[in-house]
Ligand binder design. Structure first.
Ligand SMILES: C[S@@+](CC[C@H](N)C(=O)[O-])C[C@H]1O[C@@H](n2cnc3c(N)ncnc32)[C@H](O)[C@@H]1O
Length: 295
């Protein structure tokens, strides 16, 4: 198959008709829990035209036939990647990082000094600004992590964006939220003017493990978290999918553990064993540590 598909061909082969849009929306919901409203038809069309071109399919019908088939599992991942929204920035929603510094890290560091393992999860980490912001707070609170076993798990469904997160290179514009002291100590600069770029140093990357993980799939997690940052992710899920996540987050947090959501996200029903603890901040109710998972 060959030949570029023109996104603007009205009514032509490259136009995503509503039946095709419904197939995309069904796949996105099934594979990633994403809810895509009809109003996004033209956005979906322009993003997927690039996938048609990349895979050499001349029509949406042929492309969708491929991604729906058993042989299309690799392309399904690319399709989901094309449909996700990856906007992120450093120290987004600064009040969460104040809670991290003032309430969570002092207690966590004490526990780590007594030999416990401490884990924090950035669930839906996108291009890495969130886990690196957590790591900056950590390195600022404890000057040398040394032998303390404190780790950040950073996961996303989208392998392409995870590669960017692992590379840890950001433009001057993206670095806007990073205080100068952190920039000098924990990033290496290169280029100048519009080409200026900053790459995270090994010290900042060391506490973070990046992994691909679908929040609506299995979570191969064995150690409970002190805190979960799942911000600006569930906004793309419907209420039923969100409601399935809360008990799973509850199960993977230590008693008293913290859950942070994005600015326009709310837990509809706090009977899930969480209590509100600030703006888009929830705390798991204290209780016995349950068997099954460590921590
Ligand atoms: C808007 S970004 C949020 C990034 C960061 N948490 C923040 O607040 O800046 C949303 C991320 O959620 C990821 N995502 C969407 N659906 C997901 C799923 N089912 N499992 C895991 N990650 C998902 C997307 O790939 C995207 O990188």
């Amino acid at each position: 198959m060959s030949g570029a598909v023109l996104p603007e061909a009205p009514g032509g082969a490259s136009t995503l008709a509503s039946a095709g849009f419904q197939r995309v929306a069904d796949l996105a919901r099934r594979e990633a829990g994403l809810t895509i409203p009809d109003t996004k038809l033209s956005m979906v069309q322009s993003r997927l035209v690039r996938r048609l071109n990349a895979t050499g399919h001349r029509t949406f019908d042929a492309y969708l036939g491929h991604v729906e088939s058993a042989a299309g599992s690799g392309e399904r991942e690319h399709m989901i990647s094309a449909l996700t929204t990856n906007v992120s920035h450093f120290f987004r929603e600064a009040h969460h990082f104040e809670t991290l510094r003032e309430e969570i890290l002092p207690r966590a560091i004490d526990r780590a000094r007594q030999g416990e393992k401490v884990r924090i999860w950035s669930a839906g980490c996108s291009s890495g600004q969130e886990p690196y912001s957590i790591a900056m707070c950590l390195l600022d609170t404890v000057q040398r992590l040394g032998s303390l076993d404190i780790k950040i798990l950073a996961t996303d469904i989208d392998r392409a964006i995870l590669k960017k997160a692992v590379s840890g290179t950001y433009s001057e514009h993206q670095m806007a939220g990073v205080p100068a002291t952190f920039r000098e100590r924990l990033f290496t600069g290169s280029g100048s003017g519009p080409d200026a770029a900053w790459t995270v140093r090994a010290e900042l990357k060391a506490p973070i493990s990046f992994r691909q993980l679908n929040l609506i799939g299995d979570w191969p997690i064995s150690k409970r978290f002190e805190a979960i940052f799942c911000r600006n992710v569930v906004i793309y899920f419907d209420a039923a999918t969100q409601a399935q996540l809360w008990p799973r987050f509850h199960e993977t947090l230590v008693p008293d553990g913290w859950l942070f959501l994005g600015h326009s996200e709310r837990m509809q029903n706090s009977s899930e064993g969480f209590a509100p603890a600030g703006v888009t901040t929830y705390r798991r109710a204290p209780g016995q540590r349950q068997p099954g998972m460590k921590g």
